[in-house]
Design a protein around this ligand. Structure first.
Ligand code: HEC
Length: 184
């Protein structure tokens, strides 16, 4: 009995550790599976918080970039002194734009058809070290409108990071373009 009890305790605690790790992987984000594959959020226009837009007036084919964050992310970012919470998901929707003269002004630009989406998932713990779509504190993904369920990003260092270097000091995110993150 005295010999069996410690063995039983070891097995029971091992089982608990394995179970709780699996639980953590599953609950990290509804958009990330256990291997770190990222899926595209589909209800962000209706349900997420709008952060801001980048408008490229000379690129009507893909010049409207609208950025959204999961509900609660902006509040937590501000409460944490400008830090994105673990699991935070951001999406940038890239659309074509149209221009027209309106009662408000000339050459008004507005959003038309979706071209692609960029998705980032905050990962404080470096969960997917062997997955080339994860690193520098984020998971990085890209989906094209013609095949919206397939992440076409292969390696974030090649596909994404170089262009985000100017925003390195703000955790790779161009935060100065998002009024809700900067307002007091
Ligand atoms: C050609 C340069 C370039 C590439 C390549 C690029 N980005 Fe960006 N990204 C930017 C710039 C600049 C912005 C903000 C201004 C804009 O959209 O015009 C931005 C904004 C974003 C945003 C909105 C949040 C933020 O950082 O402000 C997300 C999300 C994003 N990019 C994800 C990605 C992912 C994921 C990849 C790779 C799959 C990627 N980007 C590749 C330059 C780039």
């Amino acid at each position: 009995m005295y010999r069996i009890l410690p063995i039983f305790l070891i097995i029971a605690s091992l089982g608990f550790v394995m179970f709780s790790n699996a639980e953590e992987g599953d609950s990290f984000s509804p958009y990330v599976d256990s291997e770190g594959n990222i899926s595209r959020p589909t209800d962000f226009r209706e349900k997420w918080a709008y952060l801001g837009s980048w408008v490229h007036p000379e690129d009507l084919k893909s010049g409207m970039h609208n950025v959204y964050a999961e509900p609660g992310v902006a509040q937590k970012y501000k409460a944490n002194g400008g830090k994105f919470p673990d699991g935070a998901v951001l999406i940038k929707e890239v659309l074509s734009e149209a221009s027209q003269d309106m009662t408000t002004g000339k050459g008004v630009l507005y959003s038309k058809d979706t071209v692609l989406w960029f998705v980032m998932v905050k990962d404080e713990k470096g969960r997917f070290k062997d997955n080339p779509k994860w690193g520098d504190g984020w998971g990085w993904a890209q989906f094209l409108a013609e095949n919206p369920s397939v992440d076409v990003a292969v390696d974030y260092k090649k596909n994404c990071l170089g262009c985000h270097i100017p925003a390195k000091g703000t955790d790779w995110i161009y935060t100065y373009g998002y009024p809700v993150l900067n307002s007091k």
